[in-house]
Ligand binder design. Sequence first.
Ligand code: ZN
Length: 489
Amino acid sequence: MKNLLNKYLDFERKIETYTLALKTMLYDSSTIAPKNGNDYRNEKMAELSGEIFSIKTDETRYKILNDLKDSDLSIALKKQIFYQLEDLDKLRSIPKDRYIAYNLLINKAEKIWEDAKEHSDYRMFEPTLALVVEMTKEIYTYRDSETSLYERMLDDYEPESTEMFYDKFFSEMKNTIIPIILDLPTKVFSFAYKDFSTEKQKDFCSFIVNFLNFNSDSLYIGESSHPFSSSFSIDDSRITNRYNAFDFSSSIFSLIHELGHATYNSQVDREYQGMYIADNMSYGMHESQSRLYENQLGRQPAFWHNNYPKLQNLFSDQLKDIKVNDFIEFINYATPSPIRVEADELTYCIHIIIRYELEKGLFNGTYTTKDLDKVWNEKYHDYLGLTINNDSDGILQDIHWSNGSFGYFPTYALGSAYAAQFYSAMEKDLQIEKLLLNNRFDVINNWLKEKIHHDGGIYRSKEILLRATEEEFNPQYYINYLTKKFKGN
Ligand code: ZN
């Protein structure tokens, strides 16, 4: 057995090494790499990712995993092998030539989507989207499963989630949230859209890194058009941000959000360094940690008690007459807008629900790509009271469908709901407000580490929720949180 285990660990080491190289190239390519080098770089990245694919799907490795799966191993290794076999069985179900053809299609589709978005013309993209949908169906048909095609996709992003589960969660959300949204008062915060130097925004971001007690020697913040977070190892977190002089709060909340992701990875138990389970958390679970940071913690008044004076000091011209309460009101203001990534925390879930209904409809035959833009616009009108005037602010705004990521969107809303449930459990153990007032974010991080982070991806979401909150998933926490915060404002 020892010999077998060593052989397995050799494979893992190699996969981890190549994966680190690929992550580095990806991070470089989304941040600093010049665009003229795109083609050559993409070709090399595709080669490296093909190499990783070959090692992962190596017959010897598959056999070793199967031989090891019932052996006497640590829980961490046992779970890891179980998840890896599950992934491999999914992958092995697809004929290799179809897998390659699918990846080629997706690479092409992303470029066509980009072009169509630039021209704000869904018709340019629609025939390609139809092909992506058809081929995604085919790819999922190979999988040995009793569930619907769309459910198989949902399962890839949030294991064990079902259509029934999301239907119930989302219909509860719609019933409560839509009436609140359609009744929101409007207000203009003109101070917030003045010119705020991006250099000073970066200075303020370093204050926030300190306040959140993140070790700055383990962090690098690059710039990219869409902020994201990538974990190279426990001591090496790469995140990105974007700075807009005329929308200063965007970089602040993106930073807090991405640091929520980074903190999750950096607080995984050191003994799992380099293992698959150090970074295989579900999309929903990972998102719960960033949303908890960004919304429940980052938008509450106590968070700003010590931080607002620093902000005001940096931007003395723009904020000198703006009281902390005005600022708090501004960062918690909710109003319907067409773009998902710019949405406030109340309307955000409706953007997700619309995408869920459309995706589900595409795969169960209710909708076709031909009428999808019309359905999109109708739902934005009915649920958010908005008129969508062009496709780039409408159906073309997100990259996900162009690269076949169907089933991904719902995890964003699920993460927000997990966050509300975690926050409610945290409130029972900690005096959160007092900790924020006293610059003791370390205590909050320790709670997260002990309850959630240190296990990495050993457990599935259902079990993590149960362990950390002593309760099964309950969307009512999220609904209550939003209702209490926004109803009758
Ligand atoms: Zn996120």
